[in-house]
Every structure is written in structure tokens, then in C-alpha cells.
Design a protein around this ligand. Structure first.
Ligand code: PHE
Length: 349
């Protein structure tokens, strides 16, 4: 019997259960043997009992071995039911931010007509943000922009060459990307044809229409005999690439310390617009940028001969245009990173 138990096989859970019932169940084959005890002569009772107990123990060990073997087999069988080549659960894909989308669109329009992208630091010195741009300390135009100043000067590790005036307490968060005009003119000889996208900061009350941080794209073209007409043609081209080829523009006289003459450019966003992709309509003339001929004093400040060269510059806010393009009614949405807002741009390139 012990041999029979030891050589038993069971490859399925059912067979293992049958083994258990036969040798270890409540009516197992070993029980009647214990009943035989009274027929065994006294001097052999002890050996007989030990033999039956040994059979029980062997059956218990065998059961455990069979259970372990079939459990492994069952796992392998279950594994075979999975299709390991099936595609995984879809991963949520990100989307481009409306500011990035609008910025890329503006940049690509200017890149196609020969402008290259230039950059400058967001923590800027007074010289590049104001003084070089013809806005000295007592100039009333500084009131146009409420400035965040850096209290302790530059953080450790920033090279001192970063600040023309040696850094220190005249460091600030740039209030416009016009600071990149100054940096570019100081380091490059004309002809210069750059656009400078980036983040700017102003100490403004945050509301649906304005924010303390926003983005601009600056443009600068310096060469011989550059005229106001060149600027107007370039900006008209931009407006039509951006908003459709029937877009109308209007230049209104304005004032900036660093341009002379200065203008503000509006685009017509009227009801009779034939550009169906415009979601918002009927608001009339909308201001989208400041522009003008680079003031000769700015050229001099940055080491360019104003007798030989002229140029134009322009600067525009990106949020305003993103709001127009995508019908966004509250600028704060652009800085809150609420995925319910952001995912509406998924798939937009
Ligand atoms: N820097 C100006 C602003 O932030 C815009 C501007 C740029 C105007 C270049 C003229 C020329 O409002």
C-alpha cells in the first residue's frame, strides 16, 4: 500500500482531490486497517500500528507534493490564455500648450522670411531692459511697466558677465523681450534679423485679462536703408499668415522710448470676416503689437552706427493672440495647468 501511495500520479486538480479522498478523506482506505487491529496478535500490534501511521504520513507528504506540482501547472496553463502580443492599455498622451502652439506659429511665419530665433535671460539687468532701450531711470516711460526687482542681486553661480552693469541690485525680471534687442545688437553686426520669443513679468493685478507673467515675441531688423514701409509690409504679411489672407491691419501712432516713430498695430476682427476658423467675431479693431523704427539713440547705445544703419522693431503678446485663436476667455487658464483645459488641445499641432 505504501508503494502504491508513493507511485501515485495526479496531473489535474481533480485527480489530486481524488487522491486526497482515497488516502486521507473521511472514508479513506487506511481507516478499515485500523479496524483490523483487534485481529492482530498482541505482539505484532505495535508494528502494525506504526506501519499504518507511516502510510498516513506518506500519503500526506505525497498530497502536498502533488498539490504543489499541479498548482505550478495551473499557473502555466492560465498564462497560456494571455495574449502577450496584444496592445497594452492606451497611455494618455499629452498635448501642446496653447501658448506654445501660438508661439510656434508666430516663429515659423517669421522664420520662413529669414528671421532667426534669439534668446536672452528672464532675470535681466537694468541696462538691457531699460537704459540701453533709451529708458533712463528718471524716464516717465518706466511707469508704463511695473517692475519686479531682484532684491539680493543675482543668485550664486550666475556669471558676472551676465550683467553689463556688474549685477547687484539693478537686476530685475525682464518686463519685455525688447531686452533681447539690446543683447543682440551688442553681440552681432548688421544685418540683424531676429525674433525673440520668451516669458516676461510685470507687477500687475491678476485678472481674466492680465497676468503678472506672460509671453512676448520680439522682432528686430537692422540693415542699410530699412524703412517704415518695409516694416508695414512685413507686419501685413505676418497678420495674413497668422489670421488669414484677407486680414486687414491698421497702424496707429503711439509712443515707445526705443522707437521713433512708434505705432500700434491693430487687426480687423469684424463681423464680415470671411475666415471661418475664427471663433470670436464682431469685436472690430484689435491691438496686437507695438512697433516702430529703432530710435537712433538705441543703435548708439548698442554700438551700431545710426548714420549707416536703420531698422525696425516690434513686440507682441502671445497670450492675447492665443486667446483670439482658440477663443479662450480667461488668461489665468493658461497658467493653472488644469488638464480639463489643457487636454482640449490634444492633437493640435
Ligand atoms: N516692448 C514693447 C512692449 O512691451 C513692445 C514694442 C517692442 C514696441 C518693439 C516697439 C518695438 O509693450
Amino acid at each position: 500500500l505504501i508503494q502504491e501511495i508513493e507511485s501515485a500520479t495526479a496531473t489535474t486538480p481533480d485527480a489530486v482531490e481524488a487522491f486526497r479522498i482515497r488516502y486521507l478523506g473521511s472514508k479513506n482506505v487506511l481507516k478499515p486497517l485500523m479496524g483490523e487491529m483487534r485481529n492482530i496478535p498482541n505482539e505484532r500490534k505495535r508494528d502494525f500500528g506504526q506501519l499504518v501511521n507511516r502510510a498516513k504520513q506518506v500519503a500526506q507528504e505525497k498530497l502536498e507534493a502533488l498539490q504543489a506540482a499541479t498548482a505550478t501547472q495551473a499557473g502555466a496553463d492560465a498564462g497560456a490564455k494571455f495574449d502577450l502580443t496584444a496592445p497594452a492599455e492606451p497611455m494618455p498622451l499629452g498635448s501642446r500648450h496653447p501658448i506654445a502652439l501660438t508661439m510656434r506659429r508666430i516663429i515659423s511665419i517669421f522664420e520662413r522670411i529669414g528671421f532667426t530665433v534669439a534668446e536672452g535671460p528672464e532675470v535681466e539687468d537694468d541696462w538691457h531692459n531699460f537704459s540701453a532701450m533709451n529708458t533712463p531711470e528718471d524716464h516717465p516711460a518706466r511707469d508704463m511697466q511695473d517692475t519686479f526687482y531682484v532684491a539680493e542681486g543675482m543668485p550664486a553661480g550666475v556669471p558676472s558677465s551676465f550683467a553689463k552693469n556688474g549685477g547687484g541690485t539693478d537686476m530685475l525680471l525682464r518686463t519685455h523681450t525688447s531686452s533681447v534687442q539690446a543683447r543682440t545688437m551688442e553681440s552681432q553686426a548688421p544685418p540683424i534679423r531676429i525674433i525673440a520669443p520668451g516669458r516676461v513679468y510685470r507687477n500687475e493685478t491678476i485678472s481674466a485679462r492680465s497676468h503678472a507673467q506672460f509671453h512676448q515675441v520680439e522682432g528686430l531688423y537692422i540693415a542699410e536703408k530699412v524703412s517704415f514701409a518695409d516694416m508695414k509690409a512685413t507686419l501685413l504679411h505676418f497678420a495674413r499668415e497668422m489670421y488669414g489672407d484677407k486680414t486687414k491691419i491698421r497702424l496707429r501712432p503711439s509712443y515707445f522710448p526705443f522707437t521713433e516713430p512708434s505705432a500700434e498695430m491693430d487687426i480687423w476682427w469684424g463681423l464680415e470676416s470671411e475666415h471661418d476658423y475664427r471663433i470670436t467675431k464682431g469685436t472690430g479693431w484689435l491691438e496686437i503689437m507695438g512697433c516702430g523704427m529703432v530710435d537712433p539713440q538705441v543703435l548708439t547705445n548698442c554700438g551700431i552706427d545710426p548714420e549707416k544703419y536703420t531698422g525696425y522693431a516690434f513686440g507682441m503678446g502671445i497670450e492675447r493672440q492665443a486667446m483670439l485663436l482658440y477663443n479662450i476667455t480667461d488668461i489665468r487658464l493658461m497658467f493653472e495647468n488644469d488638464v480639463r483645459f489643457l487636454k482640449q488641445f490634444s492633437g493640435v499641432l
